[in-house]
Design a binder for this molecule. Structure first.
Ligand SMILES: *Cc1c(COP(=O)(O)O)cnc(C)c1O
Length: 492
């Protein structure tokens, strides 16, 4: 008897004993998924979880098996009814896309194929590069530029800011570290810059103070005179101006910095020009509004976010770098266990040389399938549609004496609040917060709130291909009704 033989007889696998059972369950899951999206408008945007659902997630590590159908039932009961809500037509909180079914199939197939996009010679790797090439084309970058798909905009920004640091450091910062730089680097962005840039400069070892927040004008765009003054002051006081970050669509109000002027300031001052285009880079594909982001094609690096206005299922971000060798020189390392071969699986490009991850998911497929199905022009029209919807809401607010617009509407973000006669800023905040929470709890709409120029307000960000104008009309009606209800309760 051969012991080898005996051992293989007991080998276990995660594959099911009978694939036919898996088929039945899978078809049920697929039917449920389609029904889930078909009815999304009829369900509340969001709902609080009952105690037994919360308790469900305290269950201990499972030690013994359960049938897959039971596992799915747990998910159907405890997870699917309590989503964040961003696939709902009246979800307008923070800033996120609303996903799409074809993209979800792409994620499924990517998981089935299971390929690792660290690189190599296989079809998924070619598709990953193709999607990056398509992104370059969308924003007007040259074919010689490089890029990488990452988890989201925050990582895409880190990629751009890291290349900027290494190119501008004045020393071999990869080898010798930030401590060896002759002068401390300075990055510039408006005071509306997204918080991920703070995390980035901290993680890059430059420190939060290396990111100078420049004041904004009445439209909440970076003030160019103040930017130039800050650069001059830093040069005089021993700092090393390295990078200016332009924001194409701020998360607070949707303001778009003047990218053409920033490009020329960066060129004059020998700074790296990075554009945070997580919200607005893709306006470049929207026929009616693309002039808003003119100048983005002059950037040295761009962060964009396919899980926002391309509605890719989470996660998908993309970093683009004009000079491919600067990009690669920032991240490439070839350890002995990842050397290329002249033929075979290891003969393809190592995509991990363009970022921080080694193993990478097949994010490209969900983006690729939705782009092929609809064509880029439709995505452009949907962006224009959201911007038109935000303008519609802005007009409703301006026409309604009980409501007050709190920032200019540039793209798809509207900042406003309900008035309350004679109330202090503090009571206005409490009053509007109460309206926002009741809209969520009643399942009508999900808004978020923010502070613009020191004043609290509610915020509607429409990156949603399911929203219709009637949804915004309903929002205004419901806000006025809740406003009256809450005001009456306060005054009794
Ligand atoms: C969303 C956003 C980010 C961060 O992107 P994630 O995909 O959430 O990581 C960065 N900058 C801006 C302007 C954003 O709107």
């Amino acid at each position: 008897m051969d012991i080898f033989q005996e051992a293989t007889n007991v080998d276990e696998t995660l594959d099911p004993p009978d694939w036919a059972d898996v088929g039945a369950l899978s078809h049920r899951i697929l039917d449920d998924a389609i029904a889930y999206l078909e009815d999304v408008r009829d369900r509340p945007v969001w709902r609080e979880m009952p105690a037994e659902v919360r308790a469900f997630f305290g269950a201990p590590l499972p030690r013994s098996p359960a049938p897959a159908a039971d596992v799915y039932d747990d998910v159907a009961r405890n997870v699917m009814p309590y989503p964040m809500g961003n696939i709902h037509p009246r979800f307008w909180s923070w800033y996120m896309g609303s996903s799409n079914f074809t993209g979800a199939l792409g994620d499924f197939l990517a998981a089935i194929q299971g390929s690792n996009l660290g690189g190599g010679n296989h079809a998924a790797a070619l598709m990953d590069s193709q999607v990056v090439n398509w992104m370059k084309e969308m924003v007007g970058f040259p074919a010689s530029a490089s890029g990488t798909l990452v988890s989201g905009g925050s990582m895409a920004n880190i990629i751009g800011l890291t290349v900027a640091r290494n190119v501008k450091a004045g020393v071999d910062v990869r080898e010798r570290g930030v401590g060896s730089m002759p002068k401390p680097l300075r990055y510039y962005a408006s005071d509306q810059v997204h918080s991920c840039h703070r995390k980035a400069v901290e993680a890059l070892g430059l420190g939060n103070q290396a990111l100078r927040r420049i004041q904004t004008d009445a439209g909440l765009r970076i003030d160019i005179a103040a930017l130039k003054a800050a650069i001059a002051e830093d040069r005089e006081t021993g700092f090393w101006p390295a990078c200016v970050i332009g924001t194409a669509g701020t998360v607070n109000t949707g303001a778009v910095d003047d990218l053409q002027v920033l490009a020329s300031v960066a060129a004059e001052q020998d700074l790296w020009f990075h554009v945070d285009g997580c919200i607005g880079a893709l306006i470049a594909i929207a026929p009616e509004n693309r002039s808003l982001v003119a100048g983005i094609e002059q950037a040295d690096s761009i962060a964009l976010d396919p899980h926002k206005w391309l509605h890719a299922p989470f996660e998908a971000g993309c970093a683009l770098v004009r000079d491919a060798s600067q990009h690669r020189n920032t991240f490439a390392v070839t350890p002995e266990y990842l050397e290329s071969t002249p033929r075979g699986l290891a003969s393809g490009e190592w995509l991990h040389d363009y970022g921080l991850q080694t193993s990478r998911g097949f994010r490209a497929l969900k983006i690729w399938m939705a782009l092929k199905e609809h064509g880029v022009e439709k995505f452009g029209r949907l962006i224009d549609q959201n911007i038109a919807q935000a303008r519609h809401l802005t007009r409703l607010i301006e026409a309604e004496p009980a409501l007050e617009l709190m920032a200019p509407t540039t793209i798809n973000i509207v900042c406003f609040r309900h008035r309350l006669d004679g109330a202090s800023e503090e009571s206005l905040k409490a009053f509007n917060t109460e309206i926002m929470l009741r809209l969520q709890e009643e399942g009508t709409a999900a808004l978020s709130d923010t502070t613009v120029q020191g004043r609290h307000c509610l915020r509607v960000a429409i990156a949603n291909h399911r929203t219709r104008r009637g949804d915004l009309d309903l929002l205004v009606t419901e806000m006025l009704r809740l406003g009256q209800e809450i005001e009456a309760a306060i005054s009794v």
